[in-house]
Design a protein around this ligand. Structure first.
Ligand SMILES: Cc1ncc(COP(=O)(O)O)c(C=O)c1O
Length: 398
């Protein structure tokens, strides 16, 4: 007898099989088209099969795939320089995923204090509802019991405070504290933004106590909120930042960015990755930045986001029994449902619109950054139809 599937059963997958993608659309094996406002969970920043990305990957694939970090990889220098020129950072370490970018960020912060003669400073303060990845350290940083259970003792050195509780942050700081780590906008946690004043306060607290501010912009970065990085809305800069998802547009790519000062401990031999910064990933990352950093691109993202956001707000007015709240910034938006979020999500899927479930009964809407106003309105019509169905179903039960 053959086994049902050879795969780990770690995912509850939707019964959909996509064969190809075209811009904001995904097409199933049977030719049905879905408007993809999940974008691979904020990964397909430029939609599917973007010609510039396809061309960059093809051209690199014909030249060189991999050489390891034993040699110079020119694409790393180029992408690194572009990232440092466009941000607060002086140094970049390339990874293959978000969790690895966070691992690098955590190591960088601990090593900073170690190098300054304070090896005892290795604790990092994080916030409830956070999601930083699925490695042993990042599940400890995220602090969510559902991800920690059964994997042995929680890795030491992560102190969690209630979301947005500045007094708790202050009370938790001790001689062992190295850094504060937050997502400017929690993604998995339910599109919960840290208010800009609070981000500024966290910056000030870090300065006062010689702590490093680490931002996890894995989901909120690379144009997602209408700025290159979400922290720009607050006018502050971190010391260290984790980036992934959108930077690769679908190719596995992440990066840890840091100031010269914060990265002082990361000398030769302290960290490494076989694939990180691989020529294929660098070709795609550079191609993504060609588009995202082009004049006017982020203005367009903000314009479309406004159309979408206003449309969602008016749907909330019309369906207060279905939609409790609209949250988020730019094209990182959330609908907090009145009933179970999965009911609305399923109803949206029935209308061939894809979103992503999140904590706090929220549905994330993360359209590709290339979504046009017309495509946003198409999405709104589908959400409207889905909300009508949810309402009808509730009325039928009552
Ligand atoms: C904010 C944030 N940090 C880290 C991660 C982990 O990234 P990856 O799944 O690429 O390891 C995610 C993934 O969803 C994320 O949203």
């Amino acid at each position: 007898m053959t086994k049902a599937t050879p795969l780990y059963q770690t995912y509850n997958r939707a019964p959909l099989r996509f064969e190809r993608g075209e811009g904001v659309w995904l097409v199933t094996e049977s030719g049905e088209r879905y408007l993809d406002f999940a974008a691979g969970v904020a990964v397909n920043s430029l939609g599917h099969a973007h010609p510039h990305l396809v061309e960059a990957l093809k051209a690199q694939a014909e030249k060189l795939w991999h050489v390891s970090n034993l040699y110079d990889v020119p694409g790393q220098e180029t992408l690194g320089r572009r990232l440092t020129e466009a941000t607060f950072a002086d140094r970049v370490f390339f990874t293959n995923s978000g969790a690895e970018a966070l691992e690098c960020a955590i190591k960088t912060a601990r090593r900073y204090h170690f190098t300054k003669g304070h090896p005892e400073k290795f604790h990092i303060i994080t916030m409830e509802g956070a999601f930083h990845g699925r490695t042993i350290a990042t599940i400890a940083a995220g602090g969510q019991e559902k991800y920690l259970e059964g994997f042995g003792p929680k890795a030491p050195g992560f102190d969690q405070v209630p979301f947005g509780d500045i007094d708790a942050v202050k009370a938790t700081i001790s001689d062992a504290t190295a850094a504060i780590l937050v997502e400017p906008v929690q993604g998995e946690g339910g599109i919960r933004a840290i208010p800009v004043e609070m981000l500024r306060e966290l910056r000030a607290i870090c300065d006062e106590h010689d702590l490093l501010l680490i931002l996890d912009e894995v989901q909120s970065g690379v144009g997602r909120t209408g700025k290159f990085f979400a922290h720009e809305w607050a006018g502050i800069t971190p010391d260290i930042m984790a980036v992934a998802k959108g930077i690769g547009g679908g190719f596995p790519l992440g990066a840890c960015l840091a100031t010269e000062e914060a990265s002082i401990g990361m000398k030769a031999g302290t960290h490494g990755s076989t694939y990180g910064g691989n020529p294929l990933a660098m070709a795609v990352g550079n191609a993504v930045l060609d588009v995202v950093l082009a004049d006017g691109f982020l203005d367009q993202v903000r314009d479309v986001a406004l159309v979408f956001r206003q449309g969602l707000a008016s749907l909330q007015d019309r369906f207060p029994d279905v939609i409790a709240e609209i949250r988020g910034e730019g094209l990182m938006l959330g609908i907090k449902a009145k009933g179970p979020n999965t009911d609305l999500l399923m109803a949206m899927r029935d209308q061939h619109l894809l979103g992503v479930p999140a904590g706090d009964n929220v549905i994330r809407l993360l359209p590709p950054l290339v979504t046009t106003a017309e495509e946003a309105r198409d999405g709104l019509r589908r959400i409207e139809l889905a909300a009508e169905k949810v309402r009808e179903k509730a009325a039928a039960i009552a």
